[in-house]
Design a protein around this ligand. Structure first.
Ligand SMILES: Nc1ncnc2c1ncn2[C@@H]1O[C@H](COP(=O)(O)OP(=O)(O)OP(=O)(O)O)[C@@H](O)[C@H]1O
Length: 359
């Protein structure tokens, strides 16, 4: 595997002066749901970018705001604050034609294709409908041909044996592939895959990830890949970047290789600790409960003061972590971490290094 530190920085990691316009840029986006029992700040001040052909993994426990972030990126929900820009343009300031083009270029693949595939539509109808709607088909024969080709792309072969089927006549893995084929029908530049493999058995999951990886490599499609499992981020997004979310905020963000090989935020460490380890000796070295002080995730209705992770954090320092909310700060050249203690220790280490060099 490439050395994460010495490999060429991706364009997104270069200084802003020579940075290309990202394919997608989320700037300070927040989503506060209004409920009968008060406001629920599901996502707070999230800043992320994806360049053409890149993979960005969003990782975190259930309820941390991954899907809400993804829905805002896909233009399915408007942020209550902040902007979502596609090719440099704020999607919520686009005219109708521009917004339609954006919605065809950015496709959302739902975590449960049973919910997103229409049960009374055949596979052929499911895939050909967007082709027709967007004027990409020259008639029935052409639609059939294109739908067949798309099924081959997602390894549903021979396509003729799938085109007339309905969702209930297929397995979960096959339905997922149909959902991906439908997303591909509009030649997207970005696919937002929302835990699209989580409901599947391991072997089907791996097959699905391999197929998506091939599409990523062959078609140059970018991905926002949403998962609660860092092992999946490692498998699918090794060359890309990973953002770890906790209670609606990004707590660690950087090249996947760095985030996984050298996690800095105590929450990322706990998530990695939770990844099952097949080697019994290594498994025995794992900390019980990930080394956290508490397993309970606080409610969005009563967020802890200061750093929202502080009630669970093994690095907790009274008077600091429960008082002030940490900003994301650069640790090294390409990674950001929101932790007072990590930022302080890393600043100390950098100062020590500069003293020893000058001395
Ligand atoms: N429409 C809504 N109204 C109120 N609260 C909501 C709404 N949608 C989501 N939430 C809350 O926002 C928080 C974030 O939800 P979200 O689905 O984005 O998390 P997630 O990380 O994707 O979780 P999962 O992995 O379980 O899908 C959760 O606490 C959820 O209950």
């Amino acid at each position: 595997m490439p050395d994460p530190i010495s490999s060429d920085p991706k364009s997104s990691d270069r200084p802003s002066s020579d940075r290309q316009t990202p394919l997608m840029e989320l700037s300070g986006i927040s989503q506060i749901f209004k409920t009968k029992r008060g406001d629920r700040p599901a996502v707070r001040d999230v800043n992320l970018t994806v360049n053409a052909g890149e993979v960005l993994c969003l990782v975190g426990e259930s309820g941390c705001g991954k899907t809400t972030t993804a829905r805002m990126a896909a233009g399915l929900t408007k942020p209550t604050d902040g902007t979502v820009a596609y090719n440099g343009q704020d999607i919520w300031s686009m005219d109708k034609d521009q917004f339609t083009e954006f919605r065809t270029s950015v496709q959302y693949v739902h975590q449960d294709p049973y919910a997103s595939l229409n049960p009374i539509r055949s596979v052929y109808k499911t895939i050909s409908a967007p082709l027709r709607k967007h004027g990409l088909s020259k008639g029935n024969d052409d639609s059939w041909k294109q739908a067949s080709e798309l099924l081959r792309r997602v390894d549903l072969t021979p396509p003729e044996s799938y085109l007339s089927k309905f969702p209930h006549q297929m397995s979960g893995g096959q339905r997922q592939r149909v959902a991906v084929a439908r997303a591909l029908s509009l030649n997207p530049k970005l696919i937002i895959a929302d835990e699209s493999t989580s409901m599947l058995d391991v072997s089907i999951r791996v097959g699905m990830l391999n197929m998506l990886g091939r599409l990523r490599d062959e078609l140059g499609v970018g991905f926002i890949f949403i998962t609660h499992d860092l092992a999946i981020a490692k498998y699918f997004g090794w060359e890309g970047r990973t953002a770890v979310m906790y209670l609606g905020e990004v707590v660690e963000y950087g090249p996947t290789q760095q985030v996984i090989n050298d996690p800095q935020h105590p929450y990322t460490r706990a998530l990695l600790n939770a990844v099952p380890e097949p080697d019994p000796d290594l498994a025995a070295q794992k900390l019980p409960g990930g080394g956290l002080r508490s397993a309970d995730i606080p409610s969005l209705a009563a967020l802890p003061s200061g750093c929202t992770f502080h009630p669970r954090c093994p690095l907790f320092e009274e008077g600091l972590c429960d008082v002030t909310s940490p900003e994301l700060s650069l640790i090294g050249s390409r990674r950001e971490v929101a932790c007072h203690v990590v930022a302080r220790e890393s600043g100390r280490a950098a100062a020590d290094a500069s003293v020893s060099v000058s001395g």
